[in-house]
Design a protein around this ligand. Structure first.
Ligand SMILES: [Zn+2]
Length: 530
């Protein structure tokens, strides 16, 4: 057994040094050693499987990856009793992400909902790992890996959120800085309008990534090249280090000029502003997200129609967000005391009252917004008959005559943000989605009872009969957390919707160039404070 342990240790450190070929040799020897011992030692075999997955990723070898994955999946139940669930899910997620990446490159797959099934599975494993108790040493890497699959699915806004989460655990973590820089470069392409602070933010992230000696040498080289290119770009635009430092100082001071509410929105990733994805200065105007780019043009008669719909969506989101904020009873609280009701003292465990209704309605409104996004997509792509009722989460179903035709249509589009919306919808799938219970909350609110329990009280009172009343109970603390997640989820969907239409508008513009089509640039009006 000692020899086995030694071989594994050696393989482990070779993986850390990114020497996968040598590591694999040690793992193969370790496997032979296990056979010699004869006894089936599941724990040790699981260690081998985990190493195979890591080596497979570094070697870019699907067979080695698959070998590790098959072992973990075949022994999931037994292993679940010995190894932390979070670690298991994390390793399985890694294997599936690797298999997806290899197959995408090898088969030159087009990026469609159909082609990303492995990526969706990887995402679900990471969600499950996150919901289980993640061991501390895994948590920063899990945040980055989750961010990577979200980014690969086009879910840029959430990817940035999870890179930030990783950096809040470890501010020096090179992979979080490096991949954040790449995600921001994608945003730069998508928005078509770079700002100095975006270029600077990308440069800063690459520089911080490079500072960490743990960054793989090939990535460090790439980062260095990017830093030089960005530096050159900034110089061309007349920005030297001194001017940038001055500008940065000003930006930081500007954050303080926001009122408490807007600071809350920015801090909690609830702002609908492209600039707000990477900066918190006064340039982050309130919810100024639009389909039309900040600079440059797009075309298509669908753009103004969908811009109108986006206004409606933003208005509802803005309302859902302030309801959530008010449920927290902030200092700038609405005066609700006059309007509160009186309740009988039958059951003291339920959290009830106007603030609780704010919270519940904030959650509920998000679903209405998502359904409007489904309608917007139909307006754009004509996926469904006009009389069909569309729901965000069931919109993508493949079954039935209509479903089959729609699924083909969806998959024939070449639009990253449409795939992102599909990926978001899979999270809410009532049967399979990791956040499917959000749907249950909503259904209970509409058609049954969703009882919010005061923190500390655990059960419903005995006189509520679950046979007659469909009832779900959740502690108010949990529900607050879930409402925040739902708001962030909805915000991501709104961004993806705007980007999705923008991508179509860009296509239209390049198609129509010869015909000199009308280009759209819209002005903006802000209601109230901006
Ligand atoms: Zn800024």
């Amino acid at each position: 057994m000692d020899l086995f342990r030694k071989l594994i240790e050696e393989a482990d450190s070779l993986v850390d040094d990114s020497k996968p070929d040598r590591a694999l040799e040690f793992v193969r020897e370790a496997q032979l050693e296990l056979k010699k011992i004869g006894a089936s030692v599941l724990m040790h075999e699981a260690t081998v499987a985990r190493l195979l997955i890591d080596i497979g990723e570094q070697l870019w070898d699907s067979e080695v990856t698959q070998e590790g994955l098959t072992f973990l999946e075949d022994n999931l139940v037994a292993l679940g009793k010995m190894i932390q669930l979070a670690s298991l899910e994390y390793n399985i997620g890694n294997a599936k992400k690797t298999l997806y990446s290899i197959s995408r490159l090898k088969n030159k797959q087009i990026f469609t909902p159909e082609s990303i099934s492995l990526l969706l599975e990887a995402k679900d494993h990471y969600w499950r790992a996150l919901k289980a108790n993640v061991p501390m040493q895994l948590s920063r890497q899990l945040c980055v890996n989750l961010a990577n699959v979200l980014d690969s699915s086009g879910r840029l806004v959430e990817a940035l959120f999870w890179y930030d989460q990783a950096l809040s655990i470890d501010p020096t973590f090179c992979m979080a800085h490096h991949n954040r820089a790449i995600a921001l470069q994608f945003l730069n392409r998508l928005s078509g309008s770079f700002s100095i602070s975006l270029i600077e933010e990308i440069r800063k992230s690459f520089t911080l990534a490079k500072t960490d000696p743990d960054l793989f040498p090939h990535l460090a080289d790439q980062a260095q090249k990017q830093i030089e290119l960005l530096q050159l770009r900034l110089q061309e635009l007349g920005w030297d280090d001194e001017r940038i430092a001055e500008d940065k100082k000003q930006h930081e001071a500007e954050y303080e000029q926001h009122d408490e509410y807007w600071k809350f929105c920015l801090a909690n990733h609830l702002a609908l502003s492209e600039h707000g994805l990477y900066c918190k200065c006064v340039g982050v105007r309130r919810d100024d997200l639009s389909i039309v780019k900040q600079s440059g043009s797009i075309a298509g008669d669908f753009v103004p129609r969908l811009e109108l719909l986006l206004n409606r969506i933003k208005s509802e989101f803005c309302y859902a967000r302030v309801l959530y904020y008010q449920s927290l009873k902030p200092e700038t609280k609405w005066h609700t005391d006059t309007y509160q009701s009186t309740f009988t003292e039958l059951y003291e465990g339920e959290a009830i009252g106007i603030e609780e209704e704010f919270l519940r309605n904030s959650f509920r409104l998000c679903f209405g917004i998502l359904d409007k996004i489904a309608q917007g997509l139909n307006e754009l792509f004509s996926f469904a008959e006009p009389e069909e009722k569309l729901y965000f989460e069931s919109f993508w179903r493949k079954n039935g005559k209509q479903g089959t035709k729609r699924w083909e249509l969806i998959n024939s589009q070449n639009n990253t943000s449409l795939v992102a919306l599909f990926s978001l919808a899979t999270d809410l799938n009532a049967n399979k989605g990791e956040w499917g219970f959000f749907k249950e909350y909503r259904n209970r609110m509409e058609h049954g009872l969703l009882v919010l329990l005061k923190d500390g009280s655990e059960n419903l009172p005995a006189y509520i009969s679950p046979e007659r009343i469909q009832c779900t109970a959740v502690s108010i603390g949990e529900f607050k957390k879930h409402t925040m997640q739902m708001l962030q989820f909805t915000r991501s969907a709104i961004f993806s919707f705007a980007f999705c239409v923008r991508i179509e508008g860009q296509k239209k513009l390049s198609e129509n160039k010869k015909e000199n089509a009308t280009k759209l640039q819209l002005g903006k009006k802000a209601i109230g404070k901006v």
